[in-house]
Ligand binder design. Structure first.
Ligand code: APR
Length: 233
């Protein structure tokens, strides 16, 4: 069987779960004890910026303790050695793909370790805590930094590039995502329309499972390295 020339991989919170970062949709519908509207909308940031900054400070603190797992490393290996094109799109705001030395990743929902100044519009790296008084390292004005996170109601990053890639995909693989948040949840159908084979890697059945041709069921740290080994063989 011929190997796909363009592979598009979409990752979600499930790939980082075994690195110790919790997924979003827990049983009581809360996100680390908060309602999503309290911490992940532009309205919440306008109303209570200190609470939103504190929430992302805690997320950055959790990320400092996390390390990439075998699934992140396997994807990095695939991107480094596959003879065709491998485009990695993540909904995750952690940088575990980068820490695993993946050559290129599109962060459609933003990046936890970056902030944007709403005064000078510069994006700057930020590993530690941010408050409403933190001055922008570029324009030095305080009170304008916001997390570089795509909140509910905002447009994801790099959609043109992602959609162009999906149009030429031969294989689309969704890993550790529940398939309920659009536009990412629609990628499987876009890839299928383009004629791609579709694979879901997840440890559970999801709302999107019915749209995939193949399912590799189990923890990402087992299923992803096995799938990558099969492709690189
Ligand atoms: N291995 C494989 N899959 C796993 C594992 C694991 N170890 N642990 C959990 N999963 C799966 C779950 O079964 C679930 O389908 O990962 C998925 C996680 O789903 P969500 O928590 O909904 O995360 P995600 O799909 O990334 O969320 C999408 O929603 O809140 C927003 O912006 C946020 O990017 C996020 C988006």
């Amino acid at each position: 069987m011929s190997k796909p020339s363009t592979i598009v991989i979409l990752t979600g919170a499930g790939i980082s779960a075994e690195s110790g970062l919790p997924t979003f949709r827990d049983v009581n519908g809360l996100w680390e004890g908060h309602r999503i509207e309290e911490v992940a909308t532009p309205e919440a940031f306008a109303r209570t910026p200190w609470l939103v900054h504190e929430f992302y400070n805690q997320r950055r603190a959790a990320l400092r303790k996390a390390e990439p797992n075998d699934a992140h490393y396997a994807i990095a290996r695939l991107q480094q050695s596959y003879p065709g094109e491998v485009v990695l799109v993540t909904q995750n705001v952690d940088d575990l793909h980068e820490q695993a030395e993946t050559p290129s990743v599109i962060h459609m929902h933003g990046e936890l370790r970056k902030v944007r100044c709403e005064n000078c519009w510069k994006v700057v790296r930020c590993g530690g805590d941010v408050s409403i008084d933190t001055p922008c390292p570029s324009c030095e004005q305080a009170g304008f930094l916001r997390p570089l996170i795509v909140w509910f109601g905002e447009a994801p990053f790099e959609m043109d590039r992602i959609e162009r890639t999906l149009q030429r995909a031969d294989l689309f693989v969704a890993i550790g995502t529940s398939g309920v948040v659009y536009p990412a949840a629609g990628f499987v159908r876009q890839a299928k329309l383009a004629g791609a084979e579709t694979i879901e890697i997840n440890n559970a059945v999801t709302e999107a499972s019915g749209h995939f041709d193949r399912h590799l069921t189990g923890p990402a740290t087992e299923q992803v390295p096995a799938w990558v080994a099969e492709l690189l063989a």
